[in-house]
Design a protein around this ligand. Structure first.
Ligand SMILES: *[C@@H]1O[C@H](CO)[C@@H](O)[C@H](O)[C@H]1NC(C)=O
Ligand SMILES: *[C@@H]1O[C@H](CO)[C@@H](O)[C@H](O)[C@H]1NC(C)=O
Ligand SMILES: *[C@@H]1O[C@H](CO)[C@@H](O)[C@H](O)[C@H]1NC(C)=O
Length: 738
């Protein structure tokens, strides 16, 4: 049977007791071994640490120097280099020592007995018998020592700077024709050569793979395994080749202002890829920025171990952006540690801790006329809020005090920062000559911290101004129709106050661009100032007249005066009317002469008054005499000078009525006054002896008087009665007349 033939002896029996070196090692070697040499016999229990010594083999080595035994210094295996013959020598008594160069024994001696075994070859025995079955087979039987032993784990530093491939271990299959096959779990840069030397072919990185399990198979040339694979654990040892890495930059961290010290801000975390739990991955933190200020204290506190950041004692204000820079360093912060800087932005957010305030809390008193229209803007108050957040700057306003009957109101936009104080109702000086309004401003959002400040109220004082009505005139507008031939000095009309008892007025023409008119400042009489050259019949001339209150010049009223121009009279010569002689004494006394307008019975008069009276244009007459309208139909003629020469005068008086005009010649005899203020007798005598001039005057007057006698007899003028010269009736005391 072939398996019976197969006597495979593949082991020897090493009896090694490392402690007892003197115990003899016993090794059996088959005689005439036909396999490959050297044949490994046994591993000597040499101490590892004294490997620098020299292994010396002695004893009955047979052929002395060329003895068949040797020791492999690398693997410390005893080996035999050629076949042994039992007949030549059955046993070898060997001794192994480890010695220094100078012969000092470091280890040993270790006795080894090598026994050459007698091999009784059965194949040969049977072959001698002719009747025996024959089978021809060549079987190589190798009797070898078992060197396929478990391997110790290999520790390899990562990033190792050595020439590659780098030898890390060795396997050995004692039988011949072996082929080694290596597999790495997970796949790694490992290799095995034909002699069973294991190599790493490139630098390892612990962070990529910290451990490998290598399996080495011993296979025959057909790739069949001789036995189970040997396993080798390769452990990659850590090197501090990884920098602590900060977590990617976070969005800014918001911390409300006024947060107390100790408030948690953030926790920085830097990861180190080096071996966990080793110093290489032990990260500590150091605050780089903001640097603590000695005087003011720290803005942030950093826990160097945990990386947690809290607020320090240094206060912040809203809107601040602080770049927090923290150094993360490994090796627990020791010298040579790798580091990186972690950055986090901290934003201090606003809280509503500022109350709005008025910029000016005391506003100058504001004067409002009594007739100010409701809706009028009285004042604009400005307010500010020191908060940053727009929602914390929104304001509400209210009138807290002084707004009786809601006379005033407020108008505002919450985000505008100003409020408009408006009048809502009519003011009344009589009811309330002044108003003191207290306006208050408040934050729309709820406040944090302190209450409202004193600046939250503003006081507005409104003074009501009495408004007096402007002067009122007796007509809303005035009109006059005059011929274009109207001479200068003609009275056109009189503008009068509606209420004669009201305060006196001052009249003026606003835009008499032609200069045709003039107005008496006090009396309001409007005259032609010059001949109306350029005026065309049918034309209209409008002039604005201002009537001012003499006591309150700010009060004034304006009225239009329209002049209609008519055709010139066909008989332009003024009608002369001779009135009876009057007497006045000089120096001037308070006496005047009543001059009457024409009666309605007269043809010239086309209706009732008013008539207007003016002196003729003669400058001497204008200088010496004064005429003043008294009522619609009568006027007073008085001396304008204190003294005029006593004699008889014919004073021309122009009367206007409804654009018609007459001229009266008023005969006045001026005499010297006696003590009673009346004409002296002497003056009376003068009348009897008229001068040449007066004689001519009388003659002319008489002639004219005859001419218009019929007119005069219809007048109501009181004719001068025959009177004593000492008592002229037509001289009327002025004060009595007015
Ligand atoms: C306010 O005054 C105006 C004129 O001054 C008047 O027309 C109006 O009726 C008044 N309003 C009230 C409510 O008295
Ligand atoms: C004077 O003013 C009034 C009112 O404005 C106007 O109607 C008139 O034509 C003006 N008169 C002259 C002469 O400019
Ligand atoms: C004007 O005054 C005179 C003198 O006093 C008087 O006779 C006359 O009736 C008055 N006329 C009018 C319209 O009042």
């Amino acid at each position: 049977m072939i398996p019976a033939w197969l006597w495979l002896l593949c082991f020897s029996i090493p009896q090694a007791l490392p402690e007892a070196q003197t115990t003899e090692l016993y090794v059996e070697v088959p005689e005439n071994y036909g396999g490959n040499f050297p044949l490994y016999l046994t591993k000597l229990p040499l101490p590892r640490e004294e490997a620098e010594g020299q292994i010396v083999l002695s004893g009955n080595l047979g052929m002395a120097a060329e003895g068949p035994f040797a020791v492999d210094p690398e693997s410390s295996f005893l080996l035999v280099t050629r076949a042994l013959d039992r007949e030549e020598q059955a046993e070898y008594q060997l001794q192994v020592t480890l010695e220094t160069e100078d012969g000092h024994v470091l280890w040993g001696p270790q006795p080894v007995l090598v026994h050459v075994k007698d091999e009784n070859d059965q194949v040969k025995d049977m072959g001698d018998q002719a009747s025996g079955h024959q089978a021809t087979a060549t079987i190589d039987v190798f009797i070898v020592e078992n060197t396929w032993l478990p391997l110790d784990p290999v520790h390899l530093a990562e990033n190792l700077k050595v020439p590659y491939p780098h030898h890390i271990s060795q396997v050995h299959w004692s039988g011949g024709d072996v082929h080694y096959h290596l597999e790495s779990q997970p796949p790694g840069p490992f290799d095995v050569d034909a002699e069973g030397k294991l190599y790493v072919t490139m630098e390892l990185d612990r962070e990529t793979q910290a451990e490998y399990l290598l399996q080495v198979w011993a296979q025959n040339t057909h790739g069949e395994d001789y036995t189970e694979p040997l396993e080798l654990q390769v452990v990659v040892m850590d090197e501090n080749d990884n920098v602590p890495v900060c977590s990617p930059r976070d969005p800014p961290i918001s911390i409300p202002e006024l947060s107390p010290p100790g408030t948690k801000v953030t926790r920085l975390l830097a990861e180190d890829m080096d071996a966990p739990g080793s110093p290489n991955s032990h990260v500590v933190y150091r605050l780089l920025s903001p640097e603590p200020k000695e005087t003011e204290g720290r803005a942030f506190e950093l826990d160097s171990t945990s990386g947690s950041v809290t607020l320090g004692a240094l206060p912040f204000h809203a809107g601040q952006n602080i770049l927090l820079q923290v150094l993360a360093v490994d090796l627990g912060g020791a010298e040579g540690g790798l580091s990186s800087t972690c950055e986090v932005t901290v934003t201090i957010t606003d809280i509503n801790d500022h109350a709005p305030e008025f910029i000016t809390s005391q506003i100058e008193p504001i004067s409002l006329p009594e007739d100010t229209k409701p809706g009028t803007l009285v004042a604009t108050l400005m307010a500010t809020d020191a908060d940053l957040d727009p929602t914390f700057r929104l304001m509400n306003f209210a009138i807290e005090a002084g707004n009786v009957d809601g006379t005033f109101g407020l108008d505002w936009e919450p985000d505008s920062g100003h409020v408009q104080l408006r009048l809502l109702k009519n003011l009344s000086f009589e009811t309330a000559p002044s108003h003191k309004l207290v306006v208050v401003v408040q934050s729309v959002a709820e406040m944090v911290g302190p209450g409202p400040s004193p600046g939250a109220t503003a006081t507005v004082t409104v003074l009501v101004e009495r408004v007096l009505p402007p002067p009122k005139l007796d007509q809303e507008s005035y009109e006059a129709s005059i011929p274009v031939s109207t001479p200068a000095g003609s009275l056109l009309l009189t503008i009068q106050p509606l209420d004669p008892m009201s305060s006196p007025l001052r009249f003026s023409l606003v835009n008499d661009s032609e200069g045709w008119l003039c107005i008496k400042e006090v009396s309001g009489e409007v005259h032609t100032a010059r001949p109306l050259q350029g005026a065309q019949p049918g034309d209209m001339y409008t002039v604005l007249v201002e009537a001012q209150d003499a006591d309150e010049p700010t009060l004034s009223t304006f009225v239009t005066l329209v002049i209609h121009f008519l055709k010139a009279h066909s008989a332009p010569a003024p009608t002369l009317a001779l009135v009876p002689t009057r007497h006045l004494c000089t120096p001037r006394k308070n006496h005047g002469v009543v001059v009457s307008g024409p009666s309605e019975d007269v043809d010239l008069a086309d209706g009732h008054g008013p008539y207007s009276f003016a002196l003729g244009l003669n400058p001497t007459v204008q200088r010496d005499w004064h005429i003043q309208a008294f009522n619609g139909s009568h006027a007073y003629l008085t001396l304008a000078l204190h003294w005029v020469e006593p004699r008889e005068y014919l004073v021309p008086v122009i009367i206007n009525h409804n654009a018609q005009m007459w001229q009266l010649l008023v005969r006045v005899i001026v005499c010297r006054c006696n003590v009673e203020g009346q004409c002296m007798r002497k003056v009376g005598r003068m009348k009897g002896m008229p001068t040449k001039l007066s004689a001519v005057g009388i003659l002319v007057g008489t002639l004219l008087a005859i001419g218009i006698f019929l007119i005069l007899i219809f007048t109501h003028l009181t004719l001068a009665r025959k009177k004593d010269l000492d008592q002229p009736v037509d001289s009327v005391p002025l004060k009595a007349a007015v």
